[in-house]
Design a binder for this molecule. Structure first.
Ligand code: ATP
Ligand code: MG
Length: 574
């Protein structure tokens, strides 16, 4: 491809609308343009990077025994009503009526459609296992579409669905997909971790998220420094606390004035105690009903753990008014003693003795409170966020908290959808069984954004070679010089013949601006035909990632660069 003919509108200034680095660079590098909120057009280079991800995904899905299909984007409401999700899905599901007044929606995901297809076509265990996937545009009416391709309303996803006859086979399929995902992100050239993810309340299921490691990621991951344990915050288990080595004497409960001290810091400073010796009382609404949650002053409630412990569909933190309406106590002074609503406690609270709690009265706290003596709780469970001070629940080593971007998600669903949609087959004994399902998603467009979040510098994108829209950018640094132009054209032909993906910058621009654009769009190898060719017959090659520049005689350039590219791709299993 010739730069002079390419639609590649790079920008000098960062558009004001962009907050995160990948969004800024995708716009500046001329990869995408916004049509409307959360909806983007992919320009040639943006699409080329997406196609790279898709190709790797297709190859690895194929290796994992999955077959490609393409399902409709418009889905009838009936199927969603059958699965129960028409009610549950919420406003992210874009619903509309057609001219016959039939309710429909744009597919945010395809469990219903695929289960319907399979229940119609597969009637016997002989048709199993079956693993189908598609690469398609999804629509989710996200509440805050932002960050460009990271969280769009319209985006490209690979979604796959497996159907198995037995638990054992379903687990095997899950392992195969786990491995396929591992291969996909390795071959993309990305640093990533697979982490255990929450599965909500579906029984017999498990799930992993594939996270691209990047400081700018929205999600926090908990990683063991020693073993392979890794989990997201919602799932990361805290080690059960050790009971006190020596039971301390329980001191008498004492009410103390703490004027205007509402926050943990203010109260503990005023009382000259550690936040570890204070228990805060947080009020949540679980499916609309208030429940008080006790955690230590230095800990935070993890809402998903709370939701699972309560068996609730939804939990949200109550605001000040809701707290007051439910308890009659202003926030900041709440405590479990004599409280009129349900109370649950984190496990750490259960091993604490003589701690401080709110006195359920404005400007007062209680000292030396003790669970079992002064108040009771309905349930004790792991309800808090893990912190960097926690230990690995598997091996006991130190943990590390790092940030990541979810690019893939695999989920053993079990029979939740096949039961809801009554999708059955006859097993080898002629008995009717529900299909055991799994679902497997990859955010294809988000993967390109995540690659940029992980790999960039002040000058622009640093594409991992496997995802780069071109492998080589060939700069003609003197388009008005015949010898140099002749040499650049010859290299261009030779690269193409060698199968190298090359972009020839043949524009009549100054070298400085060609360097800038080349850095911005992040092509891994920059091959320059300029003065050193005219003087010594040498061609300079610059590595975008390392900044290293080497020179090769004209005749060795194509073979040399092609060999480097092959070796680099082989190194990530490509
Ligand atoms: P998130 O928690 O980030 O909202 P999700 O858990 O809702 O994502 P899944 O239903 O698991 O997403 O979808 C599979 C994959 O699709 C995700 O792992 C992610 O990479 C991608 N994805 C989901 N929502 C978006 C979006 N709004 N824009 C771009 N990619 C997305
Ligand atoms: Mg997910």
């Amino acid at each position: 491809m010739r730069y002079s003919q390419l639609l590649l509108p790079t920008l000098k200034e960062t558009p004001a609308e962009a907050e995160v680095i990948s969004h800024k660079l995708l716009l500046r590098a001329g990869f995408i343009r916004k049509l409307t909120s959360g909806v983007y057009s992919y320009l040639p280079l943006g699409l080329a990077a997406i196609r790279k991800v898709e190709k790797i995904v297709r190859e690895e899905m194929g290796n994992g025994g999955a077959q490609e299909v393409l399902l409709p984007m418009v889905q009838p409401a009936d199927l969603w009503i059958e699965s129960g999700r028409w009610e549950k899905y919420g406003p992210e599901l874009l619903r509309f009526k057609d001219r016959h007044d039939r309710e429909s929606c744009l597919g945010p995901t395809h469990e219903e459609v695929i289960t319907d297809l399979v229940r119609r076509e597969i009637h016997s265990y002989r048709g199993l296992p079956l693993n189908l996937y598609q690469i398609q545009t999804k629509f989710r009416d996200e509440i805050r579409p932002r960050f460009g391709l990271m969280r769009g309303r319209e985006f490209i996803m690979k979604d796959g669905y497996s159907f198995d006859a037995t638990e054992e086979e379903a687990n095997k399929t899950y392992e195969t997909m786990h491995y396929a995902y591992h291969r996909v992100f390795t071959r993309c050239g990305l640093k990533f971790r697979a982490v255990e993810a929450d599965t909500g309340t579906i029984g017999g299921s498990f799930s992993h998220e594939f996270m691209v490691l990047a400081d700018t990621g929205e999600d926090t991951l908990v990683i063991c420094k020693k073993c392979t344990y890794a989990a997201n915050m919602e799932k990361a288990a805290a080690m059960p606390p050790a009971p006190p080595v020596q039971e301390p004497a329980l001191l008498p409960l004492e009410k103390r004035e703490t004027p205007g001290k509402r926050k943990v810091e203010a109260v503990t400073e005023f009382l000259a105690i550690s936040p570890r010796n204070l228990v805060k009382t947080m009020v949540y609404l679980a499916d609309g009903k208030p429940v008080a949650v006790l955690v230590r002053g230095d800990h935070e409630v993890q809402p998903v753990k709370l939701k699972n412990a309560l068996g609730a569909m939804e939990v949200e933190l109550a605001d000040d008014k809701q707290v007051f309406d439910a308890t009659g106590v202003p926030t900041g002074y709440l405590g479990p003693i004599g409280l009129n609503i349900r109370v649950v406690a984190d496990r750490e609270v259960a091993v604490l003795r003589n701690f401080v709690v709110g006195a359920n009265e404005k400007n007062f706290h209680c000292l030396n409170a003790n669970l079992g003596r002064d108040f009771e709780v309905e349930k004790i469970a792991d309800l808090r966020m893990v912190t960097a001070e926690d230990r690995c629940p598997v091996c006991g080593a130190e943990l590390e908290l790092t940030r990541g971007i979810e690019v893939g998600h695999i989920f053993k669903l079990g029979t939740s959808y096949s039961e809801a949609l009554n999708a059955k087959f006859l097993d080898s004994e002629g008995k009717e069984q529900h299909f055991i399902m799994g679902c497997y998603g990859i955010g294809v467009s988000r993967t390109v954004a995540a690659a940029i979040e992980q790999n960039h510098d002040k000058d622009g994108i640093i594409f991992p070679l496997p995802l780069a829209p071109f492998q080589v950018i060939l700069l003609n640094l003197s388009p008005n010089d015949e010898a140099i132009t002749g040499a650049a054209e010859e290299l261009y032909r030779a690269f193409r013949k060698e199968g190298v993906e090359v972009l020839l910058d043949d524009r009549d621009e100054r070298p400085g601006s060609k360097f800038k654009d080349a850095d911005l769009i992040g092509i891994p190898y920059r091959v320059m035909v300029g003065k050193s060719f005219a003087n010594q017959g040498l061609i300079e090659i610059r590595n975008r990632a390392t900044g290293e520049t080497t020179s090769l005689p004209f005749g060795e350039v194509v073979a040399g660069v092609a060999a480097t590219i092959r070796a680099a791709l082989a190194a990530v299993g490509g």
